[in-house]
Design a protein around this ligand. Structure first.
Ligand SMILES: *Cc1c(COP(=O)(O)O)cnc(C)c1O
Length: 396
């Protein structure tokens, strides 16, 4: 990477496109632009075949069948379709189940989907998490009964990187006859995920979190036993009626290639990324005494570090002092607001500490030189910000 370019350590917000993904997409922008639903002519049939090959790769990443993959515009849409679609279909069938159980630390698009359903007569149940960000499985067991329609628990948290025990969550949901959905936008390609093992009925994927293009994602919809959803859009009935609209063939091909690479190289990536993470953390800890890691130290993905800096400083100020590093203070969607992260607050973290917290996301293309530069820049920024603060007296 160019030495003057900022070091990109915000791989939870989005990942760069893998060059192999770009190469796979190019012919479908430049040469064959046909509508993959135009199967009356050769170009359309060729585009359709490329879309179906990509669908098989996406399915392969999670142990699904190709026809269980519904292509969407991203994980936001997949989560909306899973949650609202399942709830509305069940209600139309006269189901008595009204409760939707989810976590306080879910992505906004899950929380808001569940909240929106309250206006339609459903009952949201938001479960707390422990100080390490993990769901208390006994609490889940006590909560999920025959009144529960759907349990939605994310695979990997986008701020603190913790990995929920989906095998147990799935078993609990199934034992109560509830549907199980997981937002796997941060989990796919980073941890092994198999829809049969976790007994998922619905699973959401995002292209741009796995080195694929933005604007494409997928929802896994189980076929045996069959999961039924009310569609969000009216239209031509594409994607088995779940999602009308012309498929963006280049983006679908890109997601397929990203899934193929993730299936083959995800574990290798994780090993290398863990090495960069340890190198970065060791360098920063040596310069910043009292730095604290948030989220369970064991059950977490390799690339995530969520770090609270000592001295109750403002993480925004810290980032301003280190413009050569791209990191974030939390989820990209809420960092424009002055509110501290609701995920950190759900861990029981005081507001001042949440404000002094940075999210670091190390990825496939992060080099040792990148992490060295970033750690040095952040340490220097911390020294400047801490020195500028008036000395504190008394107990803290
Ligand atoms: C990024 C993300 C989403 C949204 O995905 P898009 O494809 O950008 O719509 C949803 N959930 C989690 C956990 C995410 O990290």
């Amino acid at each position: 990477m160019h030495p003057d370019r900022p070091v990109y350590l915000d791989n939870h917000a989005t990942t760069p496109l893998d060059p192999r993904v770009l190469a796979a997409m190019r012919p479908w922008w430049e040469e064959n632009f046909a509508n993959p639903h135009s199967v009356e002519h050769a170009m359309g049939r060729e585009a359709e075949a490329a879309v179906e090959a990509a669908r098989a790769e996406i399915a392969g990443l999670i142990g699904a069948e190709a026809r269980e993959i519904v292509l969407t515009s991203g994980a936001t849409e997949a989560n909306n379709l899973a949650i609202k679609g399942a709830a509305r279909f069940a209600a139309a069938q006269g189901s008595e189940r009204r409760r939707i159980v989810t976590l306080a630390t879910e992505h906004k698009c899950v929380l808001e989907s569940v909240r929106d359903l309250a206006a339609e007569g459903f009952e949201p149940v938001l479960l707390p998490v422990g100080p390490g960000g993990l769901l208390d499985l006994d609490l889940l067991r006590d909560t999920v009964d025959k009144r529960v329609l759907l349990v939605s628990v994310m695979a990997v948290n986008n701020e603190i990187g913790v990995v929920q025990d989906l095998e147990v969550v799935g078993a609990i949901a199934k034992a109560a006859g509830a549907l199980f959905h997981t937002d796997a936008a941060q989990g796919c390609g980073r941890i092994a995920l198999d829809v049969a093992e976790i007994q998922a009925d619905l699973l959401s994927i995002s292209g741009h979190k796995i080195y694929g293009p933005k604007g494409i994602g997928a929802l896994y919809v189980r076929r045996r036993p069959r999961v039924r959803l009310a569609p969000l859009f009216s239209g031509g009935g594409q994607e088995r009626g779940f999602r009308s609209g012309t498929l963006p063939a280049p983006l679908v091909v890109g997601l397929g290639e990203a899934a193929r690479i993730a299936a083959g190289e995800g574990l290798l990536d994780a090993g290398r990324i863990a090495g960069q993470r340890d190198r970065f953390l060791a360098a920063l800890e040596a310069e910043v005494p009292g730095l604290r890691l948030n989220g369970d130290p064991e059950r977490r993905v390799a690339g995530n570090l969520n770090l609270t800096f000592p001295g109750e400083l403002d993480a925004q100020g810290l980032m301003a002092e280190a413009p050569e590093v791209c990191v974030s203070t939390g989820s990209a969607c809420s960092s424009a607001a002055v509110e501290p992260s609701y995920v950190l607050r759900a861990l029981g973290m005081p507001e001042a500490e949440a404000r002094a917290t940075l999210r670091i996301g190390i990825g496939r293309f992060t080099s040792p030189a990148d992490v060295d530069r970033a750690a040095a820049a952040l340490a220097a920024a911390w020294r400047r910000v801490a020195a500028a603060r008036p000395a504190r007296t008394g107990t803290e």
